[in-house]
Write a protein that binds this ligand. Structure first.
Ligand SMILES: Cc1ncc(COP(=O)(O)O)c(C=O)c1O
Length: 365
């Protein structure tokens, strides 16, 4: 039996009991509230974990990239949503190939992205579902509620090869633990009602209304008219999710096991993982200001990174940290950290039960 002591570091570990509990909790919530679950695979990027989600009742998977869609098709997903406006001839061609293997839906917010897809879908003899993306406060992609959104939906409804299914939005700006978070969430409900009225008046379909994020996951039933949610981070969770009140430390399934490679000064320890292991995502939870949580000794502060070095301030550490010690660190943002790793090691206690290749890592195109 391989144990975590046999692994070289840095190694991305996933506690299988916690992963399974996170999957079950979310599947149960969706079943209880009649919500379809199309989880975002950007977090794990691993077909086997996609399969675990599907086995527990997910209706399909969501991805951002065409390359991720190609990889996740290997999970046997019967249905896939590309929640990103795809542009470019060769990408449309590749998406058509995905659509020939699995039911495909694409979310977009502009006519050029729809027209290109329409041309390829019509020529390939497939129907691709379309969700028009609304901006309900995040200010990223998506059209604000109003005439422009309805006009785009109407135009898409007339395009060959496309089937207008409804609406997508991403509530990525909502942090229910922060001041103003609840108000931002409630405003989404009002925005949605307005969009529904516009769509109904225009005779446009709303068969799918796709929302959801991890921080708002268990509040999704409070939004009117939602048919599905797409949380991604919930599989593993991370320091950001704890800071937003979305989970407890005991629900964080993923950590990076590092080795202390140097203790060059009093109160300092260096581990063998920096920005090329944890990613240089700037997210640092308010209050901690740190790059991750050292689970073996949370009083050791992970305060700085260079590419291959993680700097720990161990002056307050409860244990004596020595060269060769192995320390597990929960990343601030697990999605970008996973993207740095070749393998995920699925562990139960000390035993390494699974070695999963992160097949979707680096699939940027
Ligand atoms: C469009 C879209 N849907 C769903 C998600 C998943 O959200 P979360 O990471 O909060 O689980 C993301 C995350 O970036 C996203 O961009």
């Amino acid at each position: 039996m391989t144990t975590i002591r046999d692994l070289e570091t840095p190694a991305l570990l996933v506690d299988l009991d916690r992963l399974e509990a996170n999957l079950a909790r979310t599947a149960d919530y969706c079943a209880e509230h009649g919500l379809r679950l199309r989880p975002h695979a950007k977090t794990h990027k691993t077909p086997d974990i996609g399969r675990m989600q599907l086995d527990r009742g997910a209706a399909g998977l969501t991805v951002a990239k065409v390359g991720e869609a190609e990889v996740m098709a290997a999970s046997g997903a019967p249905d896939m949503l590309v929640a990103y406006p795809v542009l470019g001839e060769s990408k449309w061609r590749r998406l058509l190939e995905v659509a020939q293997r699995t039911a495909l839906t694409v979310a977009l917010d502009n006519a050029p992205a729809a027209r290109g897809l329409s041309r390829h879908a019509a020529a390939g003899g497939v129907a691709i579902g379309i969700l028009v993306e609304a901006d309900v406060g995040m200010g990223r992609c998506g059209l604000a509620p109003g005439g422009g959104l309805v006009d785009l939906a109407r135009e898409i409804a007339g395009m060959p090869g496309l089937r207008l299914d409804g609406l997508m939005f991403y509530p990525g700006h909502v942090n229910l633990a922060a001041p103003g978070g609840e108000a931002a969430f409630e405003k989404i409900g009002r925005d949605l009602e307005r969009i529904y009225d516009d769509f109904r008046r225009a005779g446009l379909p709303l068969n799918t209304v796709s929302g959801g994020s991890t921080p708002t996951l268990f509040h999704s039933h409070r939004l009117p008219g939602l048919t599905e949610i797409r949380p991604g981070t919930y599989v593993f969770n991370d320091c950001m999710q704890v800071a937003m009140g979305a989970c407890e430390w005991a629900q964080c399934a993923a950590s990076v096991m590092t080795t202390v490679v140097s203790t060059p000064r009093e109160g300092a320890a260096i581990v063998d993982g920096g920005s090329k292991t944890f990613s240089s995502d700037p997210a640092r939870p308010a209050g901690s200001g740190l790059y991750g949580r050292v689970t073996d000794d949370p009083a050791a502060g992970f305060y700085k990174m260079s590419e291959e070095h993680g700097f720990l301030d161990v002056r307050e550490a409860e244990t004596k940290i020595r060269i060769g010690d192995r320390l597990r660190i929960i990343p601030n943002h697990i999605c970008t950290a996973v993207n740095m790793h070749e393998n995920i090691y699925g562990v139960r206690g000390e035993a390494v039960e699974k070695v999963w290749k992160v097949e979707g890592r680096g699939k940027l195109q």
